[in-house]
Design a protein around this ligand. Sequence first.
Ligand code: FAD
Ligand code: SF4
Length: 514
Amino acid sequence: MKSRYKKLRLLLGDQLNIQHSWFSRKDQSVLYVLMEIRTETDYVWHHIQKACAFFAAMEGFAKMLNDNGHDALYLTLDDPANLQSFSANCDALIEKYGIESFEYQLPDEYRLDEELKGYCGTLKMHAQVYDTEHFYTTRDELGTFFSGKKGLLMENFYREMRKKHNVLMDGKEPTGGQWNFDEDNRKKLPKNHHPYPPLLFDNSVQAQYDRIRNAGIETIGTIDPQHLYWPVNREQALKLLSYFTENCLPLFGTFQDAMHTDEWSVYHSRLSFSMNTKMLSPKEVIEAAIGAWEQNRKAIAINQLEGFVRQILGWREYMRGIYWLKMPGFEMLNYFEHHRKLPDWYWTGKTKMNCLQHSIGQSLNHAYAHHIQRLMITGNFALLAGIKPDEVDFWYLGIYIDAIQWVEITNTRGMSQYADGGLIGSKPYTASANYIHKQSNYCDNCHYDRTARTGENSCPFNSLYWDFHDRHRDKLSKNIRLSMVYRLWDKLTRVDREAILLRANFCLENLEEL
Ligand SMILES: Cc1cc2nc3c(=O)[nH]c(=O)nc-3n(C[C@H](O)[C@H](O)[C@H](O)COP(=O)(O)OP(=O)(O)OC[C@H]3O[C@@H](n4cnc5c(N)ncnc54)[C@H](O)[C@@H]3O)c2cc1C
Ligand code: SF4
């Protein structure tokens, strides 16, 4: 069929960047397409809130393009014309409209990058790929920065980014005289201290929900489809950003590592979904935070601001760089050769361990847990228990609202499971009940005794912590940052060590019952 469309531009679900140069000009010969397809809904068990939020944000984005005078086609899951894959749908549209060229933006996921490169190879027409114009860095910038240097230390990369983009710099010196204020950022929530409640929106995603259910797609977690509280458009994302800078930023750093049974987001921004879908750019988020600090230096101390900037300009860009440097091999890494199955209670939260019950419970209820819950509760336990990294990745890639492989796998397999043998972390992130108690109130009402290492009621983290280090002595004992751990272990009597390992063995044999 002859039509006015000459060019097909594919937009992926995490490419909702209205500030992209593509949209600065209206071109009647361009047809944009976004699609809900089974290849994207089925590669993992997504949280139902995540699936609905993505579809609602995509659909809203297509509508906004049309309202702004562009031509956008939105293929719903149940559209009879939907062939349920990017290539099949694009082929059909090319044929239907007599399209003469195909364009897309660089996918953030290796899987899709390969798929679309392959697809372009099959086309007998001009095909072109564009940058997403979202990140501070290009895909290969981290690799170039570390080339010829020893190690891949995040701190070095972060400082370079600060200088390069002139973020929190006074000339050549870091603002506040220090690059890093992490030391000030490890407080537990005091008794009777109530953080600002999270800002919640009220979106009906009933239509998206019904399509997902009618298609029989397997999902996890809970939802009220009449009241989805995640932002699904740029306007809401900007509101969430303002709410954060006004209310949460003043204490963000101080309580960054704090966990509490009554608080599911503490002072965290909950901006990851808005950024990962590109409704917000990292630059505007950082600029908003710096702007708030400049206007109110009395309320927002530099450690609060720096802690936040570090997460985005440092960790987020760093993880993306590592991903493109190390994929596809990264998905196969399993340094400790862990092969145990993920306990079933990761999918239900039904465990007697209070910290895990809460962290998993809130993940199922809100599709969200903050960084320390992900790293030091669910991740820490999986590592100590020797769970297979594939299983751990599968869980993290599905359950969180912000989970997209480039940032999920680097955090999970790398930072949290140390399956990369120390590429990202200089030592494994492991902890016993001591740390969990220091940062939270979880242990106060737990079935287990946080102070005991042996015995029926002893906290499983305590024996598993030592068992992990004992088990992997050959791989870890030369790490200078762990010398204290091994010194303490060796100081225990043989009888004590055996009793701890016996308890750990019991826990490992009975993971499902813990
Ligand atoms: C095991 C594990 C899995 C994770 N999986 C994901 C994931 O799938 N998607 C994801 O976006 N983040 C992931 N993270 C990183 C981090 O936990 C989340 O970005 C953060 O919890 C999101 O909540 P927030 O927006 O309230 O973050 P805040 O605490 O408010 O931080 C602000 C922003 O900084 C960025 N950020 C903070 N820490 C990191 C980090 N380590 N890596 C990259 N960006 C960071 C995020 O964009 C975040 O929105 C994971 C961390 C761990 C330990
Ligand atoms: S006692 Fe152990 S299992 Fe219970 S909450 Fe504390 S760390 Fe978690």
